[in-house]
Write a protein that binds this ligand. Sequence first.
Ligand code: PA5
Length: 429
Amino acid sequence: MLWLDIDLARPFLDDPDALQALRPRTDAAHRAVLDKSGAGSAYLGWRDLLLHPNDALLEDIATTAAEIRRDADVFLSLGIGGSYLGAKAVIDALTPYFPAADAPRSGPEVLFAGHHMSGAYLRQLLAYLEGKSVYVNVISKSGTTLETALAFRLVRRWMEEHFTDADRRIIVTTDPSKGALNELRASKGYKKYEIPPDVGGRFSVLTPVGLLPIAVAGIDIRSLFYGARDACVRYANPGDGNPALTYAAMRYLLSRQGYHVEILAAFEPCLSSFGDWWQQLYGESEGKQHEGLYPDSLQYSTDLHSLGQYVQDGRRILLETFLMLDDDGGDLVVPPTDPDLDGLNYLAGQTYSHINRQAYQGTAEAHAEGGVPVMTVWLDRLAPDTLGTAIYFFEHAVAVSGYLLGINPFDQPGVEAYKKNMFRLLGRP
Ligand code: PA5
């Protein structure tokens, strides 16, 4: 379950009736998402795949993942941007911080590469893989992304040098027919999963792009997927009770009042990668034609001791959205000591959950008092289904938000600029 609290943001609206006044536009943007009448509507397949679940595909991915979990020490996922951030977000959120001492072998280590140009990283990674049973999943819709393609060239050669059955250990996730990866796959006979052409990278976590690595990590992909599907059905309803529409509308109204930066702050470290996924989803969807809020993801209370000063007292261009867990699993109780040498006996008998909750409450109130509009997205607990709900919530909201801003939320023309220069400097023919 997910709910949105805007009590510490609403008082910042210049016009107390602004949300209601924006309602016809919010509803129109919402309808444009539902009936595919807005800009970029050819890329709304991320809703279709939820509305028409392919259970056979979920089953196939789960079966492949189970085989890999039996046989692999390391599952190496190669991809960048939307081709890895979703999987990493879900895996980091749902994997225990530390394995239980009595836990049985819990499947392969899931590692990521092909998401930057560090030669040192790749060299050390290949050395680390020595002597291990390795499976590789190269994920690229275009098949031409240099970071991923280059890493795959080196990893592929390493796999062929180390395994007689290398071709069986390599899985390709790419466009149904286009791109260099399809040619390579055809000549080598790699297993392949398809990325639907109507789903953009940053919306692809619930396609094989995200689902295979997530399943290999031992996470219930059916529950994740159906959590998102339930949200997709629920948030199709317009009206005041739709938190995705309220979130989109509040962001829009506040951005019009000069709040140009949105912080997503979580009080649980395992949600840090979810913040990275959110950052790409919002930055790449909204940041065009000189529009959009700049998204920044922080982890509290850690970052309160680095960026907290700025949030509290720097330029007043920030709005803040907390991502909170109602049940955070922190039922560790603070013990009393006698004598009370560290002066912490006032906390004795209290749980970490309670202390963390007071840290959130105190921070939210302080930031609002300091001039930062604060919203909170609550999840009742951290589980595959609630994370699926959160994924869909943020996807739907950014689509509506993009239409409110008057931009196409589904393209990313600006990403080409650095590539053009890089390829020129590298002398690409
Ligand atoms: O969201 C996007 O579209 C991008 O972040 C892409 O996922 C990223 O650039 C990788 O592209 P590709 O999957 O074609 O290698």
